[in-house]
Design a protein around this ligand. Sequence first.
Ligand code: PHE
Ligand code: NA
Length: 457
Amino acid sequence: MSREKTSTVRWSSRLSYVLAATGAAVGLGNIWKFPYIMGENGGGAFVLVYLACILLIGIPIMMGEVMIGKFGRQTPARSARLLADASGARKGWSAVGWFGVLTGFLILSFYVVIAGWALAYTYYGFIGSFSGQDADQIAALFSDLNSEPSRLMGWSFLLLAATVLVVGNGVRDGLERAVNGMMPVLFVLLVIMVIYAYQRGNFEEAYQFMFNADFSKLSWKGVLVALGHSFFTLSLASGIMTMYGAYLPDGTSLVKTSLWIAFMDTLVAILAGLAIYPIVFGNGLEPGAGPGLIFMTLPIAFGEMPFGQLFGGLFFLMLVVAAFTSALALIESSVAWLVERHGFGRMKAALLAGGAIWVVSQLTIFSLTGASWAEFQLGSKTVTLFDGIDYLTSSIMLPLGGLMIALFVGRVVTRDISVRTLATSPLVYKVWRLCVRYIAPVAVVLVFLQQLGLFSL
Ligand code: PHE
Ligand code: NA
């Protein structure tokens, strides 16, 4: 089996890198969360603010992360340490790297369970479980899935096992090959779903809902939601972009590819809205249904629509593909770290990382099934360990990690090195530096304080 040395591994082409990083970025955040928060926060006006956040904060931080990997050509902690060394800074800045890897590890522990839902629903869709079911019956399907630990374990295990197998086969032979094969499938499925929604749903109303820019509907809270999501959706601060950046082919522009990745991620989010909302409006369903939108609302529509069995299955298959390519990315830096640190072969490292994630994923599984040991009291509220991990990663570790990255690449790394590693025009460099030194840190601190509930808007 391949015993790859991180420093010598490269994606085989610029396109392969862009597809892999787009696969990492595109996930549940695009297909479920973005359409929903966009509707809740004023539609078109929210979209404009979100685009500005992607451009001024998300993309510059992404470039910073890729820069660390491209400079070090090692796993994130080592790369950050090499970069700190070269800049004459403290070794402690390697925290920028390992903090991200830790965040990614924790995110994956619940991501596989949620992706397991999608896998279960793909099966339900294709065997016709939604056909002719009313809202209560569809809700029962969902609660049945979440009432039995062995059921959740089974679906999430399948997903995790597939993740381990692919990543265990190496970066080029496993990861790259799988993602290069799956991303076109994802795009085709998405286009098929948009066409289906256009023909069978209420496209006009969905279009109004999504693109009517009414700024009076946008609150400051909505602005912060846009900012926070721009971060999550690009998979920043989770070790991914630094790890994938370490495999960047020589001579590939880090700036141009980052722009492509962010563009594709945004495109998928918007197309997902155009696939979901026409069906929601066309069937008189509730657009602001939140977490239930995809798993409890949409299946009702598929159960009633012509060819709903086929397209319901395809919709969830699309979700599985999107989540799977993110899962592959989330495990990669842990696997590469085990290889680098302990000299294991890739498959052994992948099995170990997968095993560890499997253990931690039980916390989420038992939270969902309502086991009493997985719940605790927080003041008067009962929260689960899953809620806790979700909050810790999304609301604390991601913004904190992003802040560290912005400060590190913008203020610690010497200008010389960042000019050389970014390798772009003086004007683009200037804008990038302004963003990572000033705009991003201020914005991230604001989101952070808001998420901690230190001020309410
Ligand atoms: N970007 C992914 C999405 O949009 C979520 C994610 C965040 C995945 C961080 C990996 C790491 O669903
Ligand atoms: Na995303």
